[in-house]
Write a protein that binds this ligand. Sequence first.
Ligand code: ATP
Length: 643
Amino acid sequence: MALFKRDDVDIEGGWKAGQPVPYAALTKAFSLIEATTKRLEKNAILTSFLLLIIQRSAKGDYNSLLQAVYLCINRLSPDYVGIELGIGESLLIKAIGESTGRSLSLIKADLKKEGDLGLVAMNSKNSQKTLFKPKPLTVPFVFTHLREIALASGHSSQAKKVSIITKLLAACQDFEAKYIVRSLEGKLRIGNAERSVLVALAQAAVLAEEERSGKKWSQDQLATRLEEGTNIIKSVYSELPTYDKVIPALLEFGIDGLREHCKLSPGVPLKPMLAKPTKAIGEVLDRFENKHFTCEYKYDGERAQVHKTEDGTVSVFSRNSEDMSKKYPDLVDQLPKCIKESTKSFVFDAEAVAIDRTTGKLMPFQELSRRKRKDVKVEDIQVRVCLFAFDLLYLNGQPLLHQSLQRRRELLREHFTPVQGEFDFAKSSDGETTEEIQSFLEESVKDGCEGLMVKMLDTDASFYEPSRRSVNWLKLKKDYLAGVGDSLDLVVVGAYYGKGKRTNVYGAFLLACYDSDSEVYQTICKIGTGFTEEVLQTHYDTLKPLETSNPRGDIKVGGAKPDIWFEPKVVWEVLTADLSMSPIYTAAQGLVDERGISLRFPRYLRIRDDKSAEDATGPEQIAEMYERQALAQNGGGKKKKGA
Ligand code: ATP
């Protein structure tokens, strides 16, 4: 397993036990990981590097491992704290110029050639003659300064950022400039997804455990323990997704102590459970045959995970674990009225929906998306919002993830009270025949919803599965019945100049899906329909600052040739008539066929600013949709219970 050797860190100045982790050691690990495409090798390098950190950290030092892990996933805090990098190209070019003395035009020309600003920074640094060797960078030093950059705000913040970046770059040697610049850009591009970092962390902890035991374990013993350790860490992290808590607990209590010390806690949002699309009621019945299931209205709003801690703090988190309490101060104000006295602390899952208070009618999602994301004042709010709670995940000190949905629902109804126009329980029907489902679906659409969510109701198949797109939750949208099964959430990576009326804005766009395994965006289609002129202008204003001179290195372009490229940041929801094989686009290449998959007649629906680029639809989902479509065209799909 040890592909990252001690020699690799015996760099000048050394790295002795108890000393801070040298940044050179981390970037050496990054360069080894980047150099191989083999997943197992990537994993082994990271595991042995993290093991070295555990071995060399002084007792009680949790920060060395914590900061190294954060740098590996290119984050500076848990998601919900929201300290983010993502520094623009022009600011970085300026800092590279200042720290190396090279002209901006030379740097830009190199960028055009290389397509990777990290590489340009490294080459610029390494071709520079320096009289004195700078003091080696350490992980805590880099981590602290990256946080300072991310937190800089106010009118002189740009100058402050350039000055810190210049200082960091001045001290860089070897690979360091490459990875510092990529970290600042917000994309490490070493092909190592967060999931793999979690696995490497688990494996390093198991190897450290073997070492502490003083015995050499047999291959079988080791394999069993590695699997066990990985499962424990994954499940603990899915309940409490913050390394700030998991890493200190892991180092203090070991893998076996994790479950006891790291449980779902109000205040720390967990990644929501997601649903699989279905195209027909018959499919629902196939899946849930002879099982108890329930149908709920699928409200058309924004996911809201609501937390109340023992000290009374109420927070509302988005689907992406972003703290939305400042977007929804009215929700925070409304909540106390619907909480019964016996309810001291909780986490519930809900949909926040725009509502017309006079008629009581639900309004579409677009009404909510007009709200600012921050600093909303209750007195300025035009559109009111009602919460529809559909799940209870934690109550009065107890996580409920491993209770049946039936039980969670009972507890939800016992401990909260509906308040008209402000809070209600998701409307549900436990009818199980095609006719009952069909009529409930029609009712939901009439009431302004998107369709139904069909959920397993009892047995362990109904447990809440954080962050999983589970077959135990199916979504049945009215649009699906005619389309390919689901809309897609795609990232805008390029644009084409407009013609006629559209000359001052972009006329069409290049979209991509996101492969979280390889951390690569794969192009999927050109889209030019579904936009009003007003929408095109808004898109122009949002996308213009994201223009880059070349496709970023993590975009697998294929044969697409847009006029302009963008930083992959903006996500749109798109409908399509069907999917087809494509010699041009790269989406899902190799999954169904050597060719990629493309969308035919794609139509723009809306911006998804509650999703980040990494949450875009993945190639496996696209391949799955393609295969279902092929099956349907070949007359597949059984019909049940009179469907
Ligand atoms: P996905 O990642 O599954 O595509 P999405 O955010 O794009 O999610 P949909 O595909 O439309 O949304 O469906 C799932 C979403 O439906 C949930 O994330 C939630 O916001 C919303 N929703 C509305 N009503 C319910 C309900 N009763 N139960 C669960 N989710 C619901």
